[in-house]
Structure formats: structure tokens, C-alpha cells
Ligand binder design. Structure first.
Ligand code: PEP
Length: 247
């Protein structure tokens, strides 16, 4: 799956333009794609996509709250389900860093998504210092083990491997290295969960039209989580077309 993460970007006008640009550039019969706009634009985007018969595009959220009730500012998984969201991203490094989210909290979010039957897109990834000190695998294993402890994962779960130093930086790791890390992630998830399921694992971090193909050529890279380049409907469509050609 190729997933767009708009982060805290966009406007009513941008969403309309995005859909037009996307539709003018996407190949027919494309694979399932996901778009995570800010909460406030979810319904508008769903309406525009449905009017354009773009039924292979799933709309999702960039995060989810834990539970409901006295939690000011929080949007629960059942509210996302009411909005017809298909998936939600959890554990993005920006949430971990800016909002101090721990693996334990992310695990609670995961449980909430599972109970509302939404597809979880769980992000993991190492800092630059972990990368330099060759601690990538240790960090990822810890994140996965803590986030997935005792979880019976749904078959549709997606793990997004996103090295922090590649996000928004224009720097990318070697696709061959990502391929090996993704294979490792599949093994760890299979052993960490109670139902031994092997998940899809995407790559995220400065994916753009020029480099997307080099990632999609690799057998263990099952898609991409795209930030900056996804804000342009045409670029996102071209990345999705590249994925279609390789799958
Ligand atoms: C992201 O934030 O998940 C991301 C991958 O961003 P970018 O594509 O801009 O690096």
C-alpha cells in the first residue's frame, strides 16, 4: 500500500486541487492507496473521491486517541470508524518526539484501532545516532516488542519503517539495506505477536518520484509512507504508478 501523510498541511482549496491533480495523473487499475489528511478534511476528501469514483483510495487518520470520554482534544477510534476511515497511522516519529508518545501508549492506540476494526499503520525507526552506532535493529526490535506485546494482530496491519534521519531530509538509506531491515521487521513481528502473522512492511523517509522505483524493486518493501511528496496530487499519483509497475 502507498500511503500519503499530509501531516498538519492543507486547506479546503488544497484538497480540491489535490484530487484534480491526482485523478489527471493516476493510471487505471492502480493498487489500493491510502490518504491521511488532517482530521478536519477527512469528510471532504471522502466526498470528493467518491464523486470521482476513486474507490481504490482509502481515507485514514494520522493518529488516534485512546478511549473516549474526559480526554479533551482526543479523537477516538470509534469516531474515526464513524467517519468511514479505513486506517490510522500510529507511532509516527513526530508524535513520539513532539508529543512524547511512548511505546506503551502506542500499544493502547493499537488496541483501540483493532477493536474498531481499523487498519493500523504502525511506524518504527531509529534516530541518526542509533544509525551511526549500528543500533538500528536493536531500536526497532524494542519498539516492536513493546508496541505489540500480547497483541493478536489483525492480518491487515502495516508496519512503516521510517528512519528518523530520512524523514523530510532528502536523505534516504540504501534500498538494499531497507530491504534487509524490512525482512528483519517481518521476523520480529512474527515472533512478537500471539498469532505469528507476517505483516506488510512499507518504507518511509524522503520518498519521491525519482527514488520510489528503487525501493519498490525490493522484495521486502511492500509499499511506502509518503510525507512531503504526497502533498502534490500529481507526485503522489506518479509514485503510485511506479509501485504498480513493480508489483
Ligand atoms: C513521514 O513523515 O512519514 C515521511 C515519510 O515524510 P517525508 O516523505 O517528507 O520524508
Amino acid at each position: 500500500m502507498i500511503i500519503a501523510n499530509f501531516k498538519s498541511n492543507g486547506s479546503e482549496q488544497m484538497i480540491v486541487r489535490w484530487v484534480q491533480d491526482f485523478i489527471s495523473n493516476i493510471d487505471n487499475n492502480h493498487t489500493t492507496l491510502g490518504i491521511a489528511p488532517p482530521y478536519t478534511y477527512i469528510e471532504k476528501l471522502e466526498r470528493l473521491l467518491s464523486d470521482a469514483n476513486q474507490n481504490n483510495l482509502k481515507v485514514g487518520a494520522q493518529d488516534v486517541g485512546v478511549g473516549s470520554g474526559a480526554k479533551t482534544g482526543s479523537v477516538s477510534s470509534s469516531m474515526l470508524a464513524d467517519l468511514n476511515c479505513n486506517f490510522a497511522i500510529i507511532g509516527h516519529s513526530e508524535r513520539r518526539k513532539i508529543f512524547n508518545e511512548s511505546n506503551e501508549l502506542i500499544r493502547e492506540k493499537l488496541k483501540n484501532l483493532i477493536s474498531s476494526k481499523l487498519t493500523p499503520v504502525l511506524c518504527v525507526g531509529e534516530s541518526y545516532s542509533d544509525f551511526e552506532n549500528k543500533k538500528t535493529l536493536i531500536t526497532i526490535k524494542e519498539q516492536l516488542n513493546e508496541c505489540l506485546l500480547d497483541i493478536h494482530i489483525p492480518q491487515d496491519i502495516i508496519i512503516a519503517y521510517e528512519p528518523l534521519w530520512a524523514i523530510g531530509s532528502g536523505k534516504t538509506p540504501n534500498p538494499t539495506d531497507v530491504n534487509e531491515i524490512n525482512e528483519y521487521i517481518k521476523d520480529v513481528v512474527q515472533s512478537a505477536t500471539s498469532n505469528n502473522y507476517v505483516p506488510s512492511v512499507c518504507y518511509g523517509g524522503s520518498v519521491d518520484v525519482a527514488n520510489a522505483g528503487s525501493f519498490f524493486d525490493c522484495s521486502n518493501i511492500d509499499g511506502a509512507l509518503v510525507g512531503g511528496a504526497s502533498l502534490d496530487g500529481k507526485k503522489f499519483a506518479l509514485i503510485a504508478n511506479e509501485f504498480n509497475r513493480n508489483n
